[in-house]
Design a protein. Structure first.
Length: 384
């Protein structure tokens, strides 16, 4: 089996599996907020994990607030910024390629009086930095926050977040970047990023689902949305998912040890794409000209339905998706691809292949053979 949907959810990293097997046998289990010795031991372990995650991501340990993952983190950041905004700062600047968690957060505050402005997206899937610059400078005094992702979950296209961060700093505007697909798939240093907030989901990096955290430049700016018993210094109530937190530390430690393989993986991805295009010259690589994650390819053969390709690949025990998990069941061009100006004959035909940084070239060769076979079989059939 080849699992190629890491952007949707990564399987548990082998190091995490080994850790959990040992953890199950040996414990301990206790509330990390209890004052007895076992509770104190759990708290010490959890804080050690916080320090480990912070070290890998170039943050201070107090800047990491554990939660259930990015969707919760996105909601909390929006709540923190928008509920405390000044009356004259009512604008959110974002893009049309954001994850649905951001899109719905923007819509929620738009219904409550905020104005949402969208920076344009190029045909390569990159937020147009010139358009963004003009949008920000024209509205800096009225902008509550900028929310533009670091890497797109469908195309893998890396956004100009460094330039955006610098512009936000120069104009005194809060910058929150959805880093869910970026962190753990390429190198990241929070302190150097200039971001005010970033988010992490454990299940994207090989840790347990239901684990994650916010990274906040100034944690005092966060407002809780889960009150509970005052855990996480009052910023996220509820007994911490300490086992999930432990797996985050294990997963990030594993990433730190394997990140040198990313450049090699990128070369495998390029070879794979070239091989498929050699066989089918009209195949389209989404965001081909842009800087992309080493782990992600989104590809289409015009006129061939992506779901049909997905089924063909699954019959060969290769698991891909047609877009993001949030829209995989919708037989139409995704909002991300529409924002790029991609027409339906291509947009309905995409499949997303996303692997981990430890993937081997043999996996890509097998996927290429299966994809070429699927395209050869389906290209003669009129799908739409």
């Amino acid at each position: 089996m080849i699992y190629a949907d890491y952007n949707g959810s990564a399987p548990l990293h082998p190091s995490v599996k080994d850790y959990l097997c040992d953890r199950k046998q040996n414990g301990p289990y206790a509330n990390p907020n209890a004052i007895h010795s076992i509770g104190k031991k759990m708290l010490f372990g959890m804080e050690k994990c916080r320090r480990m995650c912070a070290k890998v991501l170039g943050a201070k340990s107090n800047q990491i607030i554990f939660n259930s993952g990015s969707s919760e983190g996105i909601s909390q950041v929006f709540h923190s910024v928008m509920s405390e905004r000044q009356d004259n700062k009512n604008i959110i600047i974002t893009s049309r390629i954001e994850h649905s968690a951001v899109v719905k957060a923007c819509a929620y505050y738009a219904e409550r009086g905020a104005e949402v402005l969208h920076a344009k997206t190029t045909t390569s899937g990159v937020v147009d930095i010139e358009d963004f610059t003009k949008l920000l400078k024209d509205n800096a005094d009225k902008t509550a926050m900028v929310c533009i992702m670091a890497a797109n979950n469908e195309s893998g296209v890396i956004q100009p977040w460094k330039e955006i961060s610098k512009l936000c700093q120069e104009n005194g505007v809060t910058y929150f970047s959805d880093t869910t697909q970026y962190i753990g798939k390429t190198e990241f240093n929070f302190e150097e990023s200039g971001m005010d907030y970033a988010v992490v989901s454990g299940h994207k990096v090989g840790a347990l689902v239901g684990s994650g955290f916010i990274i906040a430049k100034d944690p005092a700016t966060l407002k809780p949305i889960v009150f509970g018993g005052g855990q996480e210094k009052g910023l996220r109530g509820g007994t911490q998912n300490y086992i999930g937190i432990e797996t985050l530390a294990v997963a990030f430690d594993a990433f730190e040890k394997s990140k040198d393989q990313l450049s090699e993986l990128a070369s495998y991805r390029v070879e794979f794409e070239q091989e498929v295009k050699k066989a089918f010259p009209n195949a389209v690589i989404i965001g081909e000209e842009a800087d992309r994650l080493a782990t992600t390819t989104m590809i289409a053969l015009p006129g061939v339905h992506g779901q049909a390709v997905q089924i063909e690949l699954e019959s060969q025990n290769i698991f891909v998706t047609t877009s993001s998990a949030c829209s995989d069941n919708e037989p139409e061009t995704s909002k991300v691809l529409k924002a790029m100006g991609i027409k339906d004959d291509v947009g309905r035909g995409v499949v997303r292949i996303s692997l981990c940084c430890g993937a081997c070239n043999e996996d890509y060769k097998k996927i290429a053979d299966a994809l070429k076979s699927a395209y050869a079989k389906l290209s003669g059939i009129s799908n739409y």
